[in-house]
Ligand binder design. Structure first.
Ligand SMILES: Cc1cc2nc3c(=O)[nH]c(=O)nc-3n(C[C@H](O)[C@H](O)[C@H](O)COP(=O)(O)O)c2cc1C
Length: 309
């Protein structure tokens, strides 16, 4: 069996392996630290942070559905000052790449948060833009409007020297077009997908279950959608993709890489099994070794590359 080097290069970003948490689903805590060695993650990804403190949506915020989870958490955030003073020093202790997810109600808010994080480039390795949050002025998510998406990525590009990861929403007609716009506007990496908008109704109360009425669907239910979108995007847009959406084990992660993702992120699967990300790192390594590959990049997009020969 060949020796496997799990290092991956995502544009300007080097990761020790291709596995990381999906933003908002894996909070740093002392218990996590005791449970496993966080330094074994390819990257740590922080929950989206906004300029000011915000409480998030009314309860109930989570609802389990067939093969997935609906969440309407609504980006509760302690605000960027608290993040810089309290959260960042704790996250910086973890001996791995740190990706900070940022969100905002306006293009200017994204740019301001990016600018405030720029001096911390020794600790922060990249910014991920949570473009699925709604823009207050236009009332639609940044990621679903071409002009807003372009303006936001451009504004962040002008405000930071850090690598930019544009996180795409699946709630669009043409995901490839949106990925192309993010790239043109200055994104170094694409991450996809965020949650699919859904809802549930309680037949006894005859009311929507979630306090916010609608929420984002994640988990195994969205995996085929995520895979298809990565398959299409990776063939058209020439920047690396971090794939996510329903990854629950190493075989799922490998499917995403074969579809065209250079790295993967794990969301709700960690709720059920907090150790799943480490199992995925090990599973990718044994798959690569067992199939004669020396590194993860050798399998990226193979499902479509092999069809072409
Ligand atoms: C409870 C919860 C909170 C989330 N919070 C964020 C967030 O703060 N920022 C973000 O970009 N995505 C957030 N997401 C979306 C995830 O990062 C991920 O894109 C999505 O859950 C799909 O992956 P999964 O099916 O593996 O969970 C959240 C998802 C869940 C379930």
């Amino acid at each position: 069996m060949p020796d496997v080097d799990l290092t991956v290069q995502l544009g300007p970003l080097t990761l020790k392996n291709p596995v990381m948490p999906a933003s908002g689903t894996f909070e740093y805590s002392e218990e996590q630290r005791e449970l496993f060695d966080l330094a074994r993650l390819g990257a740590m990804v922080a929950k989206s942070v906004t300029l000011k403190r915000r409480p998030g949506n009314p309860a109930p915020r989570l609802h389990e559905v067939t093969a997935g989870l609906l969440n309407a958490v609504g980006i509760p955030s302690e605000g960027i000052h608290h993040f810089i003073e309290v959260t960042l020093p704790a996250l910086a202790q973890i001996d791995t790449t740190l990706i900070v997810s940022i969100a905002g109600d306006s293009v200017e808010e994204f740019a301001t948060v990016a600018r405030m994080l720029d001096p911390y480039r020794g600790q922060v390795s990249a910014l991920e833009l949570n473009l699925s949050c709604p823009n207050l002025t236009h009332g639609v998510p940044f990621a679903t409007d071409e002009k807003l998406m372009r303006a936001t990525v451009e504004a962040v590009r002008e405000s930071t020297t850090l690598p930019i990861i544009a996180k795409l929403s699946p709630n669009v007609t043409d995901i490839v077009k949106m990925a192309g716009i993010a790239r043109e506007a200055g994104a170094d990496i694409i991450s996809m997908i965020n949650t699919l908008i859904g809802m549930a109704i309680d037949v006894e109360t005859r009311r929507p279950v979630l306090g916010n009425v609608v929420g984002g669907l994640s988990g195994p239910a969205i995996k085929p959608v995520a895979l298809r979108m990565i398959w299409e995007t990776s063939q058209s847009v020439d920047i690396p993709i971090i794939g996510m959406g329903g990854i629950s084990n190493a075989r799922d992660a490998i499917e995403f890489m074969l579809a065209g993702a250079s790295a993967v992120a794990v969301g709700v699967a960690s709720f059920r099994n907090p150790l799943v990300m480490l199992e995925i790192v090990d599973g990718i390594e044994s798959y690569l070794a067992g199939h004669g590959f020396g590194s993860p990049k050798e399998i990226v997009g193979l499902a479509w590359k092999e069809r072409m020969v």
